[in-house]
Design a protein around this ligand. Structure first.
Ligand SMILES: Nc1ncnc2c1ncn2[C@@H]1O[C@H](COP(=O)(O)OP(=O)(O)OP(=O)(O)O)[C@@H](O)[C@H]1O
Ligand SMILES: CC(C)(CO)[C@@H](O)C(=O)[O-]
Ligand code: BAL
Length: 294
């Protein structure tokens, strides 16, 4: 990452934290239409992946807004909603260092109330591999992101390629619902050993953490095979990826390995350059996802 944080370490103004949608709206109504707003939605527990989005937003907008909201509707039964790390104070300090102007962190009650009945459902996403692995997840994401866009009304919104299907989903919503904003997708930020940064990496035990880079290594193996043999089928590339994952005893479950169109995230049998290979697996009990572009 570049050194924006270092140059702003002594930034005079701290971000303003809004814990209610109505207090945020009072501020938002007074923003001049000539000012651009960069928006970074997050679930908190921030790391350099999130901060790369903030950094980009800071460089390209007059005002930068981040949201911190652990959205219950995108977690399925038995998933980690309850234990998802929550550390708003520490996140606010990081966002201050990176030059964020405003933080929206509403409660679940404020966001959903008692009578919430509207959902946003983008056709097809229940049937892609990540949608099948997490039933209801994409409806939850589509609904909360639409709500956040309505509240924040950003000029530009920033998302990470690590959640590849989420990026395609959000681009679809913006186009289909004629939203007047630009979606910017940023590369996945990795640890030095290749593991994609993720808030959920904190769940890994030290020994699982040592094993976890196998995820990225397995994807790189597929990419190398594709580079050597551009007519390789998806089945061949998936088999190569699977065999690397299976060589690591701490990989306890492979949920899917899939090669998908970059525009729709629908699986393709014969990949072309630009297709995305993505996977979800468990290292110990921790579910990790990752992808790379072929
Ligand atoms: N390593 C990363 N590089 C770039 N962007 C990232 C990275 N990790 C997360 N993001 C992006 O940050 C935004 C907020 O993601 P989120 O708060 O879910 O973080 P996360 O670390 O992916 O958490 P999780 O553990 O839930 O996967 C999303 O747009 C996501 O794609
Ligand atoms: C976009 C998002 C903030 C919606 O809750 C979440 O899915 C995430 O953090 O990627
Ligand atoms: N990073 C995507 C949010 C989720 O896993 O629920």
């Amino acid at each position: 990452m570049t050194s924006y944080a270092a140059t702003t370490a002594s930034r005079a103004t701290k971000p303003i934290l809004y814990s209610t949608i109505s207090s945020f709206r009072k501020f938002r109504r007074n923003v001049s239409p000539t000012q651009s707003i960069g928006f970074v939605p997050t679930m908190g527990a921030l790391h350099e992946g999130h901060l790369s989005l903030v950094e980009k937003a800071r460089h390209h907008n007059d005002i930068v807004i981040a949201s911190v909201f652990v959205n219950p509707t995108q977690f399925g039964q038995g998933e980690d909603f309850d234990k998802y790390p929550r550390q708003l104070e520490q996140d606010s300090e990081l966002l201050a260092d990176y030059g964020v102007d405003h933080i929206l962190a509403p409660s679940i009650d404020d966001m959903y109330g008692n009578h919430h009945a509207t959902v946003v459902n983008v056709k097809g996403f229940d049937n892609i591999p990540e949608g099948l692995a997490r039933p209801g997840h994409f409806q939850g994401v589509a609904t909360i992101v639409t709500k956040l866009f309505n509240i924040v009304q950003p000029t530009n919104a920033y998302f990470g390629q690590k959640d590849a299907a989420q990026c395609v989903l959000i681009q679809r919503i913006v186009e289909d619902l004629n939203m007047d904003l630009t979606v910017v997708v940023m590369d996945t930020i990795r640890e030095s050993d290749g593991l994609a940064k993720s808030s959920r990496n904190a769940y890994l035990t030290p020994i699982e953490r040592q094993a976890a880079p196998v995820v990225y290594r397995s994807l790189q193996t597929a990419k190398q095979l594709f580079d050597q043999k551009p007519n390789a089928s998806s089945a061949e590339l998936v088999a190569a990826t699977r065999s690397v994952l299976q060589s690591e005893p701490l990989v306890s479950e492979i949920q899917y390995i899939s090669i998908d169109s970059k525009d729709t995230m629908q699986p393709v049998a014969q990949p072309k350059a630009g297709a995305i290979i993505s996977l979800a697996c468990k290292v110990g009990t921790v579910r990790l996802i990752d992808n790379i572009v072929l």
